[in-house]
Design a protein around this ligand. Structure first.
Ligand SMILES: [Zn+2]
Length: 172
């Protein structure tokens, strides 16, 4: 288990609630949540045909990287991760990596369009600025309807254990 802020492996569990573990880093003192649950086996099939087991913690880490430096709350990313994990389970026993990426992109764009673009710029590996511009337009259309993401996921938005000291997350 690596701290998402400094990479230290010296972390301790503060609280366990269901699949959520609240952790504190011994290196930098930041607190973060991990989602540790035994997954029903869903394979993610990559573009090149390789497979890997769907890993929600890995997904959450990717979302955190995309949101680095943006005003996105940790619990929004956790809620999105849970949503995507549920969608992946429904589609199981396997799903394509592009579908997971698309769900992540749409979800991030609803939370914060700039984060969506940051994710897309990595995920889609834009060839040039024309492609980026086209993606911005596409996202703007796709997120025209506001999301009620948090309320639908059942996470308390007043979770007092959540800190907002992010901003050291590295860009991919
Ligand atoms: Zn740390």
């Amino acid at each position: 288990m690596h701290c998402p802020f400094c990479g230290s492996t010296s972390t301790r569990v503060l609280e366990t609630r269901g699949a959520r573990r609240r952790r504190e880093c011994g290196g930098c003192g930041n607190r973060f949540t991990t989602l540790e649950r035994v997954e029903s086996a869903v394979d993610v099939v990559k573009r090149d045909g390789r497979r890997e087991r769907f890993d929600r913690q890995k997904l959450l880490s990717g979302l955190r990287r995309a949101a680095g430096g943006r005003p996105v709350r940790e619990e929004q990313l956790e809620a999105l991760t849970e949503d995507i994990a549920a969608a992946v389970r429904r589609r199981g026993p396997e799903t394509r990596a592009e579908e997971v990426g698309e769900l992540a992109l749409q979800g991030l764009a609803r939370i914060d369009p700039v984060t969506g673009i940051q994710f897309a710029s990595v995920y889609r590996r834009f060839e040039d600025l024309d492609e980026l511009e086209a993606e911005v337009r596409r996202l703007r259309d796709a997120v025209a309807v506001p999301s009620d993401h948090e309320s639908s996921i059942g996470l308390s938005p007043t979770d007092s254990s959540t800190d907002r000291r992010r901003g050291h997350a590295r860009q991919p």
